[in-house]
Design a protein around this ligand. Sequence first.
Ligand SMILES: *Cc1c(COP(=O)(O)O)cnc(C)c1O
Length: 411
Amino acid sequence: MNETSSANGEEPPSGSSLNALKEFKSAGRGFWSDVSDADWNNWRWQLKHRITSLEQLQRLMPSLTPEEYAGTKLANTKLALAITPCFFNLIDPADENCPIRRQVIPRVEETHTAPWEMSDPCGEDSHSPVPGLVHRYPDRVLFLVTDRCAAYCRYCTRSRLVSNATGYDFHPEFDRQIQYIIEHPEVRDVLLSGGDPLLFSDEKLEYLLNRLRGIKHVEFLRIGTRIPVFLPQRITPELCAMLKQFHPLFISIHSNHPRELTTEVRDALARLADAGIPLGNQSVLLKHVNDDVTVMKALVQKLLMCRVKPYYIYQCDLISGSAHLRASVRKGLEIMEGLRGHTTGYAVPQYVIDAPGGGGKVPVNPNYVLSRNADRVVIRNFEGKVFEYVEAANTSPRYKASEDFVVPELV
Ligand SMILES: *Cc1c(COP(=O)(O)O)cnc(C)c1O
């Protein structure tokens, strides 16, 4: 058993488990001890040797559970199975509830779809003016560049198109996407995602970034990627030197559990940070993975050590077949409550629900404002102590008395 997991409510977390979770360890060689350093450290070798079939998985992990066996058998009809060797090494084969394992090994529950689950939970397709471009917010667009990732997260919000297992046949046409941005001067921020943009060759990515940089009203570029975690070997000095030409360029990585932050990942993140790229992290709240205050605290503190600012914690989208991975909003709020004030402000991400059907990201916060009217605000702090703040005088009140609200329950 994973000593730090308290997903089943046992063992109150202790300081020592926090520190154990924060240790940086190498992913090691695991089953690939006879592979040369040159191969192991080569991202193309890692990609070529991904675990993509039930046979490979069974060979490497004889302890596959019946749920995993059945799920993997069906996986390639929904979302492909792919795990890089370096990420696979983080799995604890002795722990059925291993937080790494649950993220990447299919389970039969993925084939169960509840009526409220969707193939496009964030309503992206309905906000796509041209294929592969999502224009949901006034001043920024999501630019999907590929349907491929280094490894596939079982809860992927874009599993309808990613890996092409469902025959979505995603073929973005960069010219059309770029033309749309050129014709929309309100777009000042372009977020490249997919699929994973860092799977492209340096040349292809450079071409795309160059074209976007050539658009005068595009002020800000960002890349959303899980490659630093799934495939840290990809973060070569050459890639970093190339990316550096396109500042301001931010990168959002995706990590969910502190064990994912290995020494190799830490070093890859250092190369990106040294190239002047501000780094953020996005986590998805997942049952048996990170639905635990100690695990989340270890993750966010470890991210700061890697110069990564925890940016968002997402409530898991209502993607088809994800019920077994979704933790409750109640749990998410409890985690936020356990972070704010208890640790560095920089370490505290914003918890959001991407509103089902296409409402966009909505912040969800524990209630710290107990009541508020035109004269005063009653607040509580992270320790539960209550304070009163006398409202600033305002001759033209921004809200009328009828809009006053009282939050009834004290958390
Ligand atoms: C998340 C997202 C963005 C970026 O949102 P930020 O809050 O600015 O990080 C942009 N477009 C779409 C469609 C998104 O889902």
